[in-house]
Design a binder for this molecule. Structure first.
Ligand code: HAM
Length: 409
């Protein structure tokens, strides 16, 4: 888990700002569920036989309650949707979140144990335009940041009977290779065979190559939905790229699934994952309400921004003004001037270690401030200050009570 230090904050604020701006443009409102939920919520939503639930949850026991730091955002948002009673009073909800998630993963490029996701969840409709719209929103996020060349890949996971038929086909495909699969996949074969297809073990990946693909098993309704999503994407000016290899690592998906990849960042290159989850609200105890959403991870996004040199220019902001006393005798006046500036809406700091005038000037010059305000004995007597423009390197004398206006202008 990493600190985000003040010097790195502008980049994070830029990512969060872009997320919030786009979410609002698409009519999404922010939701902030707690960082912890009862463990059973994730077991039920994400699925017992998944990497997240089997290996990656930070769980703690408090009395009789088992709590888990959220490994993803969808389960908590759906729980909140049910608990707030939206299904009865206002079923179509477009919600977004930006916050920390926790997974006990092996740290590697773009994967951390605490990471930030920007996610959206559109709950209450199965209209294929919404699938296309959230894919468009996710792609827009990267485009706004200046990232190009990303691959938006989509697939359909089908639903109900299609999935049962597909599961049978995958079982038959893998059965002859069962003993060659990793130990975990041998168990998964029995409990949830589709999870074998997204095992991160390269040997299992090879054994799964050539497995049946779900879109060959889609029933008429789900096939039409998949086609309608693609046609809506075209209406939005994006050419769909179908990748039958996308299966997603969470159990709640039905029909549309998609990922956005940046192949430059290596094997685990997904910057975004999402899709439809039409039964999750019902499975978590709510009414039968369909939904679609995605989450973008900031860690991978940052690596890519850095690789492409797009982080330059995103510098931490310094206070606008550095207030300098000619000697220690002007301490009180320095404090008052800084306070007046702040009251006037201008950010200001001052030296606190009684450093020499020269040292203070040096600090002002190095700190990225726009102005230095210099106060000596003579200035106090005459009710003025020296205002130095640190960029233009020019200096003017201004009346003490006209300082805020002088800086503003
Ligand atoms: P996910 O694919 O598990 O989906 O995660 C989405 C994105 O979060 C990934 O593509 C990746 O960029 C990022 N991510 C995941 N794990 C880590 C990690 N350990 N370190 C850094 N980044 C990570 C979900 O979480 C679903 N809840 C998405 C969703 C929302 N589906 C529907 N609605």
């Amino acid at each position: 888990m990493r600190d985000v230090l003040p010097e790195n904050m502008p980049v994070w604020q830029r990512l969060e700002g872009t997320a919030r701006h786009l979410a609002r443009l698409f009519g999404f409102s922010e939701v902030r569920p707690p960082l912890m939920e009862e463990t059973s919520l994730f077991t039920r939503a994400v699925g017992e036989v998944t990497d997240i639930v089997e290996k990656e949850m930070f769980t703690l026991q408090k009395g009789k309650t088992s709590l888990t730091l959220r490994p993803e955002g969808t389960a908590g948002v759906v729980r909140a949707y049910i608990q707030a009673g939206y299904a009865k009073r206002d079923p179509l909800q477009r919600m977004y979140y930006c916050g920390q998630m926790f997974r006990y993963e092996r740290p590697q490029k773009g994967r951390e144990r605490m990471f930030t996701q920007f996610g959206v969840e559109c709950i209450g409709s199965s209209d294929p335009r919404l699938d296309a719209e959230v894919m468009d929103l996710a792609a827009r996020f990267f485009e706004e940041l200046g990232l190009t060349g990303l691959e938006v890949r989509m697939n359909s996971m089908g639903d109900g009977e299609d999935r049962d038929r597909y599961r049978d086909a995958v079982t038959e495909f893998l059965r002859p290779k069962l003993e060659l699969l990793c130990e975990l996949c041998q168990k998964r074969f029995e409990k949830n065979v589709l999870r074998v297809l997204d095992c991160k073990n390269p040997a299992c990946g090879e054994l799964s190559a050539g497995a049946p693909v779900l879109i060959d098993y889609l029933g008429e309704e789900n096939r039409k939905h998949f086609e309608d999503v693609q046609s809506a994407l075209r209406d939005l000016g994006r050419e769909p790229c179908v990748d039958t290899g996308i299966v997603r690592g969470l159990d709640y998906y039905t029909r549309t699934v998609f990922e956005i990849h940046a192949p430059q960042i290596g094997a685990r290159s997904a910057l975004c994952g999402g899709g439809r989850y039409d039964h999750l609200v019902r499975d978590l105890g709510g009414p039968d309400v369909p939904a679609v959403g995605f989450a973008i991870g900031f860690s991978g996004t940052l690596i890519l921004l850095e690789q492409l040199g797009l982080l330059e220019g995103m510098r931490a902001e310094s206070a606008e003004v550095y207030v300098i006393g000619f000697s220690g005798d002007q301490k009180a006046e320095v404090l008052k001037v800084a306070a007046d500036l702040r009251r006037g809406g201008i950010s200001a700091i001052y030296d606190v270690d009684e450093r020499s005038f020269k040292a203070q000037m040096k600090a002002a010059g190095k700190g990225g401030h726009k102005f230095a305000v210099i106060i000596g004995e003579d200035e106090i007597e005459r009710g003025v200050v020296q205002l130095k423009d640190l960029e233009a390197k020019s200096q003017v004398e201004v009346a003490r009570d006209g300082l805020v206006t002088a800086i503003q202008s």
